[in-house]
Write a protein that binds this ligand. Sequence first.
Ligand code: FAD
Ligand code: SF4
Length: 399
Amino acid sequence: MTLTDSQKRKAKALKPSSIRPAKELCSECGLCDTYYIQHVKEACAFLNQQIGELEEQTHGRSRDLDNPDDWYFGVSQGMMAARKTEPIEGAQWTGIVSSIAIQMLNRGMVEGVVCVQNTKEDRFQPMPVIARTPEEILAARVNKPTLSPNLSVLEQIEQSGMKRLLVIGVGCQIQALRAVEKELGLEKLYVLGTPCVDNVNRAGLQKFLETTSRSPETVVHYEFMQDFRVHFKHEDGSVETVPFFGLKTNQLKDVFAPSCMSCFDYVNSLADLVVGYMGAPFGWQWIVVRNDHGQTMLDLVWDQIETQPVMSQGDRHNAVQQSIPAYDKGVTLPMWAAKLMGVVIEKVGPKGLEYARFSIDSHFTRNYLYVKRNHPEKLEAHVPDYAKQIVGQYDLPDS
Ligand code: FAD
Ligand code: SF4
C-alpha cells in the first residue's frame, strides 16, 4: 500500500526517533527514522524474517535447500575472487565497491548512491548520505564498523524526485529496503551489498578496540582476516595482528549488538551483487553475483580488476564443533598459545570457500543458541530454513 501525503505527515508526526519496534534487537538500520516506519512490522528483519519470499521477489527464486552452496552463499549466478589492479588508497580492501558506485554514477545509470561517510569528529561514527558525485562516494570508502542507520536517508529520495538509485548496505538494511522497495517511487533500484557479522554500537567498538589493540586511538581500519587474525591498521601505516584465539572472549561476549547475535543473513541474501572477502584467498575480495543486475554492475569494472576462480580447501567441521563450548565458556588462551594455534590453523585450516563456511557455521551456531536462550518464542520463525540446515550439522548444548 502506497502512503498518501497526509498519511506520511501523520506517520512522521507520530514518530519520535526513539521508537524502535524491534526493541533490543534493533540494528539501527534507519527505517524507523523515516515515514516508512509505517511498514516496520512487515519490513524489519528482526520482527519479520522473510528472506525466502524476498529472494523470490528479487532474484526470481529462493534458495534450493538440496544444494549446500545455496544454504551457505544464497542465490547466485556465479562467484569469483577479484582485486583491483590499482587499489583505491584508504578503501577497506581494494575498493571494488566504491569503483562500481562511481562507474554507475558517471555513466548515468543512477542519479544517487546511498552510502556511509563518517562525521568530522569521529572516523568511526557513521553518517549516511545520498552521494551525487564521485568525490562523495570516495568519502564513504572504508568500513564504519558500527551499526549504521543507512535507511534514514530514504525520505530524501522521494523528496528529491530521484528515479534511479544505488544502495550500498549490509544484510539487515537491505532486507528492510527490499520490503519497502515498491513504496519508494523508483524506476530502477540497484543494490550492492557487503557481508556483515559481529557489528557493534559506537560504545561497543570502543570497548573492542581498548580490549584488543595496543593503541586503540590510532586504529584507522580493522578486519577479521582469513589468516585467523584481526589486522589493525594504524595512522602511521603500521599493521598490528592479534590471533582470533587470543581475543578476550570473556570480556567481549557482550560487546556485539543483540541484532548481530540474532542475525542469519551474513552473506547479504537480497543484494544484486555482494562484495566481501571471506570466500577468497588472503588479499583478494570475494564476489557473489546474485542476478542480472549484479552482473551488469560487475561488468562496469571488469577492466579495472583481475580475477581468479574460487577455491575450497580443508574441513571446517571439527574446528566449528570445538569452538561451540569454548565460546560458551568464554575460554581465552594465553597469547603464546593463541599465536601458536594461529600458525598451525593457518597452515592446515580451512581456506577459500571452506573458510567462509567455517565463519558462517561458527556464527550461526552461536546465534542460534543466543536466540534460543534469549528469545525462545522467536526461534522457529526467525531462523530461516537454510540456517536450520547449517546449524543441524552440529551438536549443540541442550540449554
Ligand atoms: P570500499 O570501496 O572501501 O567501500 C566500503 C563501502 O562500505 C562504502 O561504500 C560504505 O558506504 C559502506 N559501509 C561502510 N560502513 C558501513 C556500515 N557500517 N554499514 C553499511 N555500509 C557500510 N566481508 C566479509 O567477507 N566477511 C565479514 O565478516 C565482513 N564483515 C563486515 C562488517 C561490516 C560492518 C561491513 C561494513 C563490511 C563487512 N564485510 C565483510 C565487507 C568487507 O569488509 C568490505 O567492506 C568489502 O569487501 C568491500 O571492500 P571495498 O574495499 O570494495 O570497499
Ligand atoms: Fe526499525 Fe530498523 Fe530497528 Fe527494525 S532494525 S526496529 S526497522 S530501525
